[in-house]
Design a protein around this ligand. Sequence first.
Ligand SMILES: [Zn+2]
Length: 111
Amino acid sequence: MGILKSIRYWRRWKADLSTSSAADIPVRLPVRRAVVVESAGRPKWLIFDCPCDRGHRVMLNLDRGNRPLWRIADRYPLTLYPSVDERSSVGHCHYVVRDGYVRWIERTDHR
Ligand SMILES: [Zn+2]
């Protein structure tokens, strides 16, 4: 892999980590890395630190038995459906993740 290609690769989001216990996930995850929590080999949650970088964690349900439901089309680089629409204490974070890149739809910096 050429240096330019590898830089582009590293700048993208990846869901290349997995665990069977959410308790194993560190307080601060590596940049642009998401963790899939699995139970009996089935994905349950996708967990990552929000790309807004205001230090809040996003947990998306991957379990078909629950709603709302997200689907990972690709883990490496990450493509996710549908968009992430998070309202938390830091504001409103709304974006899509496609081919490892975050495309913002709406971002408020009000606290
Ligand atoms: Zn955010």
